[in-house]
Design a protein around this ligand. Structure first.
Ligand code: PMV
Length: 317
């Protein structure tokens, strides 16, 4: 059977950085994200008794399917008659747009593969499957504001997308592929950063306060904590020699600080790349942020996104 699923990227407000020791890809710290709308990964999975190996096509090109096969192996473990699959995946946003495609990619794959295999798994089981490949993907199974507790198998919803009139304004700081993937960056941070222990100690506190601020709809407290989480994550990585930032990142960061000093409540967050994602409440402040970021030196382009929906199987045409 062939199933197509759609999933959206998410952006972490309190960041996941670092894995627990041992197998299973469990984060060392809790994280809270918002699933985004307007961008999607669309993935079709077809198990086929004729195939002698998995086949993976990404954005129209045959691609390395090692991590795809690892997820499919887990699905095959639960399948009555294990078979190989053809997986065809398409991002409707450029891979270098600055929004992690691994989260939406593995979320869409987990939904499509379990359904194509005939497994009647609930969202928590599918989230657990996605987490084993990419912990941020566990969060993209759900819509709105989503949390993944440290050591938990699956993510869960904290608040629906409509909870806040949130805008995420993305300042694209480079079109290049990032130099250090997140798994490698986390491993090197844990192995050599003198600030990794401080990160592990602080992250759960920041997360708990951010979660409370979100539930209380206290946007400025939430924004300050989100920015603090990103700065602490990057400080721990930078101390291990892993610098994801470029000059445009710093220009966008100082633009955000200037806007704040002038009275606009906007806050920055940055993932394992140079792009700056700015949190704003309401269309007016988002527009102010977008205009200012467009003028920041080195920023290539700016786009706006909003909280979005859960991963789902595409309805038959
Ligand atoms: O799940 P991964 O391996 O793509 O790692 C995600 C790491 C960050 O994006 C930097 C933080 C996060 O919580 O999404």
């Amino acid at each position: 059977m062939s199933i197509t699923a759609i999933a959206h990227p998410n952006i972490a407000l309190s960041k996941y950085w670092g894995k627990r020791e041992g197998a299973g890809n469990f984060p060392a710290v809790p994280s809270l994200s918002v699933t985004l709308r307007g961008m999607a990964t669309r993935t079709r999975v077809a198990f086929d008794p004729e195939l002698r190996a998995d086949r993976f096509v990404l954005d129209g090109h045959e691609a390395d399917g090692t991590r795809v096969t690892a997820l499919l192996d887990r699905v095959r473990g639960a399948m009555g008659a294990p078979r190989f699959a053809e997986v065809v995946s398409q991002n409707d946003f450029p891979t270098a747009s600055g929004l992690a495609s691994s989260a939406s990619g593995f979320a869409a794959l987990a939904v499509a593969a379990t359904r194509a295999a005939g497994l009647d798994w609930d969202a928590a089981q599918v989230s657990d499957l996605a987490r084993a490949s990419s912990a941020s993907a566990a969060r993209s199974i759900f819509g709105g504001f989503v949390e993944l507790a440290a050591g938990e198998r699956a993510a869960s919803v904290v608040a629906p997308a409509e909870h806040l009139d949130l805008y995420v304004v993305v300042a694209v700081a480079s079109e290049a592929k990032k130099a250090t993937g997140s798994t490698d960056g986390m491993r090197r941070t844990a192995a050599t950063s003198p600030y990794y222990a401080a990160w592990l100690e602080d992250a759960p506190r920041t997360h708990a306060r951010l979660r409370a601020a979100l539930l209380a709809k206290d946007f400025s407290a939430m924004g300050e904590l989100a920015e603090a989480s990103a700065m602490a994550m990057h400080a721990s990585a930078i101390a291990a020699g892993i610098v994801y930032w470029n000059p445009a990142t710093l220009a966008a960061l100082s633009t955000v600080r200037e806007l704040r000093a002038a009275g606009t409540a906007v806050y920055a967050t940055i993932d394992a790349g140079p792009h700056v994602k700015v949190l704003a409440l309401g269309a007016r402040d988002a527009g102010i942020a977008a205009a200012a970021l467009s003028a920041a030196p080195g920023v290539l382009r700016v786009f706006e996104t909003r909280p979005g929906a859960a991963a789902h199987v595409e309805a038959a045409p």
